[in-house]
Structure formats: structure tokens, C-alpha cells
Design a protein around this ligand. Sequence first.
Ligand SMILES: [Zn+2]
Ligand SMILES: [Zn+2]
Length: 242
Amino acid sequence: MTYKPQHYAVVLRAGLACALLSLGLVATGVVAWPWLFGIVAAYVFMAVTNSAGFHRLFAHRSYETSKFWETFLLITGTLSCYGSSLQWCVMHSDHHRYSDTEKDPHQFHSFWDVFKSNYSTDEVPLSSKRVIARLLQRPFHGFVHRFYWAFPAAWSLIMLAISWKALLFCYWAPVGVVILSAALFNYIAHDADGPNNSAYSVLFASGEWRHRLHHEKPGRWDLREKWWHIDCGAYLIMLIKR
Ligand SMILES: [Zn+2]
Ligand SMILES: [Zn+2]
């Protein structure tokens, strides 16, 4: 029941197929158009909570929060279907350590690679990395890693109990969009000169922007330097940090 890197392409393509099906159902009048707000709202929710949770809290420990919010962000990140917190944090710490080298887990040689894999490794190695030891101080991370797919399955059943439209528009379709947006961000936020602050990347990750600054100061939870900079993850962190 653990997440395997080869699940990436299956889940992404299935999620995007659900997104296209959703658009088709709205275009043909089978489903009322306000359901499209479900896709947008769930996508923004997952993108922002993953920025504040898996990325800035679990991978970088850039702020402190309560056990309630840690658990909440662990579950919401798990429901996004792109790996357990342990796998994600190992992959991400390797990305920071080896960025733009042969060992960088994000290897995109062309745009189309984002549909194949977000990791270059066949298996994300869960070794004696420091980030793993730190996360496992809370055993729930290990439990979620072990029974990974039970969480998306349980949430799917809950949404289905509400309605099939809730499952399609508020979960499965936005999962495809959020996985694609994360891969597009990783593709765009690095170029031949390394990590960049490209404004285009803000479109794909709900404010997980200014990536060069993030590589320079990975312990910083707020990536805004000007009043007009957008950082949705930081807006959430302002509300939940201690
Ligand atoms: Zn990077
Ligand atoms: Zn990072």
C-alpha cells in the first residue's frame, strides 16, 4: 500500500482524464458549471497546504506549529497523491543538495517529461537520512508511509458518499491538476543558470514562487521581499505558526 514512483504517471494521467471529463460534462450541460469552482478550490487548497506542509514544515522545518496543524498538513499532503511525507522530503532534500546536477531527482529534458515522472530515481531511497529520523519522531509519518493508498481511498469513499460529482470535481480532477502543476513548477523554476525567480512559476503552484531565493535561503518560510510579491503558502503559515 506504499506509494511507488511509477504510480506518478498513472495518477497524473488518470487525474487529467478526470479533469477533461469534468470539462466535457459541464460543456454538454450534464453537470452545472458552478461545479468547476470545486476543481479550482480543491486545487488551490492542495497547492497551498502542500507548500506550507510537505515543503516548508516537513522538508525544511522553516517554522513551528501545533500538533493539530502538523497532522492536518500531513493528511492533506498525503491526499494529493504524490508520495508520502518521508518520500517527498528525501526527494526534496536531495533536490536541494544536488540541484541541477546528475544526482538531482528532478530531471526534465523536455516539457513532455513532466507527464512521465517527477523523479529521476526508480525508487525514492528511504535510508538513514537525517530528514527521515526527524520526521519519524512522530510515528504517524511512518504509518502514513506504510499505508499510503488507504488515505486517498478512504477520502474517495467519503466524497463518493456525498456524490459522484464531489468525487470527480472536488478530488480526482484537482489531484491531476495539482500533480501537473507541481511538475511544471519544477520544470520552469530551474533553467540553464540554475533555480530562477521566474514569475511564470507563480501560475503553477499558488504562490510557491521565487525559487532562487528559496534555494539561497531554504529555512525561510516567507519568500516575499516586496509588498506586491505573492506567497500563498506564507499567508497560511502566518495563520498557523507558533
Ligand atoms: Zn529547486
Ligand atoms: Zn525546498
